[in-house]
Structure formats: structure tokens, C-alpha cells
Design a protein around this ligand. Structure first.
Ligand SMILES: [Cu+2]
Length: 125
């Protein structure tokens, strides 16, 4: 059973980080370390402790839309999540995608959970 729980922990860590790590493309302007570091360590601790979900706001540009429940955003830094600016995918309820198109500049609200985000509200900015 020890193997199973280790595998589960590794899976949780991987899925939590995958959304952010996979598509990070070395942005030309790195986020200030002072802003990114503390929030990032909170996120790491959060993965072990399963804290309550956290809300955050972001700004970005829509890069891709999957009408079934996903949106890819080139977002600005999100200090609440400890994220620098990057392009990444988010879960989103399909109804929220009405009127949103690739190329739109948007402002959005995120629910953060285990290092991944779900868009709870989005509007053109
Ligand atoms: Cu991100």
C-alpha cells in the first residue's frame, strides 16, 4: 500500500504542476522573484495540506478555446497563484465561453486548487 500512496502523491504533484510547467515558454520578462517566491511555496505546501480553494484575478489574451470545457490563456502574472506570465490551459464551464473568441483580451476570475485553475468568470477587457 505504500507504493500506492506514493504513486498517488506523485500523480497529484504532477497534475498540479503540469498545467503551469508544460507550456511555460521562457517569457522575455520574468516575474519579480519577490512576488513569485512566497506564493509558490504556499502552493507547494498546499498540495500536501489540501487547503480551501483560493480565488484570484487575471488578465490575458485568449489563445485557444475548446467548447467542451477548456480555454488557453496567455495570462499576465497572477501573484495569488505564484505564477509568472505564461500560456496555459484552464477548465471553464462551456456556458462562460459564449461571446469569447480567440484573440480577445480578457479579464477573468480563477478558482485555484492544487496548483491548477478553473475560470469562474470571464469578460472582454
Ligand atoms: Cu499559468
Amino acid at each position: 500500500m505504500k507504493t500506492l500512496s506514493l504513486t498517488l502523491a506523485a500523480l497529484l504533484a504532477t497534475t498540479g504542476l503540469a498545467a503551469c510547467d508544460r507550456k511555460t515558454e521562457a517569457p522575455a520578462t520574468p516575474a519579480p522573484p519577490a512576488a513569485a517566491a512566497p506564493a509558490a511555496s504556499n502552493a507547494m505546501a498546499g498540495m500536501d495540506m489540501a487547503p480551501a480553494d483560493k480565488m484570484a484575478k487575471g488578465l490575458g489574451v485568449v489563445k485557444a478555446i475548446d467548447k467542451t470545457a477548456a480555454i488557453t490563456l496567455d495570462h499576465e502574472a497572477i501573484p495569488e497563484a505564484g505564477w509568472p506570465a505564461m500560456t496555459m490551459g484552464f477548465k471553464i464551464a462551456p456556458a462562460l465561453l459564449d461571446g469569447i473568441a480567440v484573440g480577445d483580451k480578457v479579464a477573468f476570475d480563477l478558482k485555484l486548487h492544487d496548483g491548477a485553475g478553473e475560470v469562474m468568470a470571464i469578460r472582454k477587457s
